[in-house]
Design a protein around this ligand. Structure first.
Ligand code: GLP
Length: 265
């Protein structure tokens, strides 16, 4: 795991965006895994600036979203299909026909989940998966005790997740109780995973994921087994890490040829 601790949330967005810009400049038809939630919004905003300046082109990039709610209409302002369209596809000027979101409304959800997995394989797999982390350690919507081998499927949202996400809805009652999410096995199959976290509310989950035992009680801890995981966090999210100084030292001494070029704007 590479752990990058930065002073501010804004720098988290810029540094994570630089990883994505670097990939897409090398491989314009890269396959991205997109996350929703508030954590990656800074990444998308930084990338959108690069697109507006004509410095990055996502026109050929393909993408698969991590998850979707079950039980709200497609055009609901909080459906992840809507959020991905308004926060990612439009600002990054992606080709909408190359961007897929799991279908939370399919009559046969299991069949739709299997198709989603097959589509990812057919696209050649995900090159870079963006991730946030839930305060209970979830990634995507893989709640505690999710199988490490899980694939895209329907899940029941944990009460803590519904509480955390109530801020996006008019009331807690309106937060769906189910979702469709890529599994931990799906996420682990991505060639590179890039997790971002900001703020003190994430500090315990981040510490458990990075330094705790690998346990399905903290789904993000499975990333310790990923061959190429990059964790970009701000000081507050890093505040419960035992070895924070060591991670800073390693990052400062990273060989220059391994460094991702900073955004040129
Ligand atoms: C959400 C999403 C996750 C996200 C996490 C944290 O519900 N399903 O993909 O990473 O929970 O959300 P936030 O970034 O808003 O804190």
């Amino acid at each position: 795991m590479e752990i990058i601790i930065l002073p501010t949330s804004a720098e988290v967005g810029r540094t994570a965006a630089a990883h994505i810009a670097s990939l897409v400049s090398r491989d314009p038809s890269a396959v991205l895994g997109l996350a929703t939630g508030s954590s990656p919004l800074g990444i998308y905003a930084e990338l959108a600036r690069g697109v507006e300046l004509g410095l990055i082109d996502f026109g050929q990039a393909r993408a698969f979203a991590l998850d979707e709610y079950v039980g709200i209409p497609l055009d609901h302002e909080q459906s992840y299909a809507t959020v991905i369209r308004t926060e990612v596809v439009e600002p990054l000027r992606m080709n909408a026909s190359l961007v897929q979101v799991p279908d939370g409304r399919a009559a046969d959800i299991e069949a739709a989940c299997d198709r989603y997995e097959a589509d990812i394989v057919e696209a050649g797999g995900i090159d870079l998966q963006i991730l946030g982390i839930g305060s209970n350690g979830h990634i995507g919507f893989n709640e505690p005790t999710s199988s490490f081998a899980s694939r895209t499927r329907i899940k029941t949202l944990a009460p803590q997740t519904r509480d955390d996400n109530a801020r996006f809805f008019a009331s807690l009652d309106e937060v769906p109780s189910h979702c469709v999410t890529q599994g931990l096995g799906t996420i682990m199959a991505a060639r590179h995973v890039l997790l971002v976290a900001q703020g003190a509310k994430k500090a315990d989950a981040v510490a458990a994921a990075i330094e705790g035992p690998v346990s399905s009680l903290v789904p993000a801890s499975i990333l310790q087994h990923h061959p190429h995981a990059t964790i970009v966090i701000d000081e507050e999210a890093a505040s419960a890490l035992t070895l924070a100084d060591y991670y800073r030292y390693v990052y400062e001494h990273k060989p220059h040829w391994q460094r991702v070029p900073p955004l040129p704007y």
